[in-house]
Write a protein that binds this ligand. Structure first.
Ligand SMILES: [Zn+2]
Length: 133
């Protein structure tokens, strides 16, 4: 049986002052992460305080949208439609928890090249997900 990922209903994210710029960018089709100008480390999800050195000197950085699947899991039970959650490592080196979409769920593999796609949410800004290249 094929297990093509279907679009599922995604609850609207709730932007706050720390993440407003992130969601504004998402609405424009751009994925942002944070770079710390004190220690140089990248992080995602975006936070006001660097999780590596606790500096507040962080800046928004646009992602190219290219990445690789680091690990994944296909959820088939307890969800209206099966879907894949994954850690994707972006070309820039930061890893994010996301979904793999627009593909056969049975053909997802670790190390696979993926590209950024935005999926609509239920009345909120779109969320960044990834599809096989
Ligand atoms: Zn830092």
């Amino acid at each position: 049986m094929m297990a093509i990922a279907q679009d599922r209903k995604i609850p609207a994210p709730e932007p706050n002052p720390e993440t407003q710029a992130f969601w504004d960018a998402a609405a424009r089709g751009q994925l942002l992460f944070k770079r710390c100008t004190a220690c140089g480390e990248l992080h995602y999800y975006p936070r006001a305080i660097c999780p590596f050195c606790f500096s507040d000197k962080t800046e928004w950085t646009p992602a190219s949208g290219k990445g690789k699947i680091y690990s994944y899991s296909v959820l088939r039970r307890g969800a209206p439609v099966p879907y894949a959650i994954a850690y994707v490592t972006l070309a820039e080196g930061v890893t994010m928890l996301t979904n793999i979409v627009d593909c056969d769920l049975d053909k997802i593999r670790i190390g696979q090249d993926v590209r950024l796609v935005f999926k609509p949410t239920d009345g909120g800004p779109p969320v960044a997900m990834f599809a096989p290249v």
